[in-house]
Design a protein around this ligand. Structure first.
Ligand code: AMP
Ligand code: ZN
Length: 470
């Protein structure tokens, strides 16, 4: 069993990952802010987190996956009011929509999905602890701030120097927060303002609402304890959000926080981050109107390594479609050789001992979640498929292919075009392709001749072939 290795933002190294408690890998992913549809940039992050979880589970680890819903912040309040809805009505609508999109992308539901509003008492308790330990202070208007200079570890994740932080180089400082002692201090509790409308809660410091960073610290503690295995989000969250989470959690508990930090680089459009504010986003619905299924989107999102920015193009979705069709044909070929068995379940694959063609893909995933390499290795392995292979090997390869699909969370389209091509013809066509790659022209010609005799035609393309009726 290869060990799971993943880049850690904290140490800037690719490090081994094994459950701290020896049993269950406990991890937290910052979830969506539910004030509109999630775009496929957000989903790059959620899909890669899902591949991470699937890889850990396929390697034999139990997981405990927590992902929150941010349902109270400036944007959710502003937009719910603009639409004349209560915050709850508004955020429920967008949470439901998010869940629908997650299902379309075949994301495994987290084991817990807590929302910020449902955890106000836990957030208040955390602030009280921070005040008691001298890491937070109340300002005149009733807001409470974290005292950054009181926490010497501040900046460890983002590797920013404290001078930069003191001068507010992050740009993360709210212009209206005049009551702070230091420009880097951030709000734990925001005193009630007129524009908050009905969205306030009582607290020991007066009416108000929690600051954004606080919810994740409180929910990590509630569902995973003070110290847990891994914390994740898009790279834009490294600073200030995750830096602030570390400060809040470590300063209040005196214990280490997440042992490993997993950050996903951005999905880009024309050199800029895909984001709502830049207006360059695509949603799953939007891509579907262009004829691209959520699974094609998922494939395109896993086709790049998570530490590199990935440029979104419509071409990448067309390429995804072709690649998935190839996988689909290979799967059908194997299934027909086996006599049309039903697809194995996720649970069937968890206990797989002989991984067959999954082995090289799994090694790639175990080495810093190298999804493009896993795909490349799978296509190479599939090129070696031949008819007449021993049934035991066919079954192993078929399960292996399903394990790859399961690790990447891909659901293949039904191979309609190829469905009426007999298995013998498919096998000969594949044998011919292999022979051609090996420059074994005599064998390739013999295969083609037999395919023609059987009434089928092979047409070669740039990186593959197609079989059709003559
Ligand atoms: P939000 O709903 O804005 O809180 O974001 C939800 C998740 O999506 C966070 O982990 C963000 O870091 C991530 N995210 C936002 N934009 C992108 C993008 N263009 N590419 C990848 N991840 C993103
Ligand atoms: Zn968070």
């Amino acid at each position: 069993m290869p060990t799971l290795r993943l880049h850690d933002t904290l140490t800037r190294e690719v490090r081994e990952l094994a459950p701290l408690d020896g049993k269950t890998l406990r991890f937290y992913c910052c979830g969506p802010t539910v004030y509109g549809p999630a775009h496929i940039g957000n989903f790059r992050t959620f899909v890669l987190q899902d591949v991470f979880r699937r890889t850990a589970e396929l390697s034999g680890m139990a997981t405990l996956h927590v992902r929150n819903i941010t349902d109270v912040d400036d944007k959710t309040i502003r937009d719910s009011q603009a639409q004349g809805l209560t915050l709850e009505e508004f955020t429920n609508y967008w949470s439901d929509r998010f869940h629908t999109d997650c299902a379309r992308l075949n994301l495994l539901p987290p084991h817990h999905e807590p929302s910020a509003i449902d955890h106000i008492p836990q957030q208040i308790a955390l602030i009280e602890q921070l005040i008691e330990k001298g890491h937070a202070y109340q300002s005149e208007d009733g807001s409470v701030y974290f005292n950054v200079p009181s926490f010497p570890g501040y900046g460890c994740l983002s590797h920013l120097d404290t001078r930069e932080l003191r001068t507010g180089a992050s740009g993360a400082v709210d212009s209206d927060e005049y009551d702070k002692d230091s420009v880097a201090d951030f709000a734990l509790w925001k005193a009630r303002k007129t524009e908050d409308g009905a969205n306030w809660w009582p607290s020991p410091w007066g009416e108000g609402r929690p600051g954004w960073h606080l919810e994740c610290s409180a929910m990590c503690r509630q569902y995973l304890g003070d110290t847990f295995d891994l914390h994740s989000g898009g790279i834009d969250l490294i600073f200030p959000h995750h830096e602030n989470e570390i400060a809040q959690s470590v300063a209040s508990s005196g214990q280490p926080f997440a042992a490993h930090w997993f950050h996903i680089a951005h999905l880009m459009v024309d050199g800029g981050k895909m984001s709502k504010s830049l207006g360059n986003l695509h949603t799953l619905d939007d891509l579907e109107t262009h004829g691209h299924s959520p699974m094609e989107t998922r494939y395109a999102l896993v086709s790049g390594h998570y530490r590199q920015p990935l440029n979104f193009t419509f071409q990448s979705l067309s390429d995804a479609r072709k690649a998935m069709e190839k996988l689909s044909k290979a799967e059908q070929f194997l299934r027909e050789q086996l006599g049309q068995p039903l697809a194995p379940s996720y649970e069937d694959l968890l206990g797989l001992e002989d991984r067959g063609i999954f082995e090289p893909a799994f090694l790639a995933l175990s080495q810093d979640l190298n999804t493009p390499d896993a795909l490349g290795k799978t296509f190479s392995a599939l090129r070696g498929l031949k008819s007449g292979t021993a049934p035991g090997d066919i079954r192993r390869d078929w399960l292996g292919l399903h394990a790859v699909l399961s690790a990447l969370g891909l659901i293949l389209p039904e191979p309609e075009a190829a469905s009426d091509v007999p298995a013998e013809v498919l096998a000969l066509a594949e044998q011919r392709w292999q022979a051609k790659q090996a420059k074994n022209w005599a064998e390739a010609d013999a295969c083609r001749a037999r395919v023609t005799e059987l009434g089928w035609i092979i047409k070669d393309g740039k990186d593959g072939y197609e079989v059709s009726k003559s």
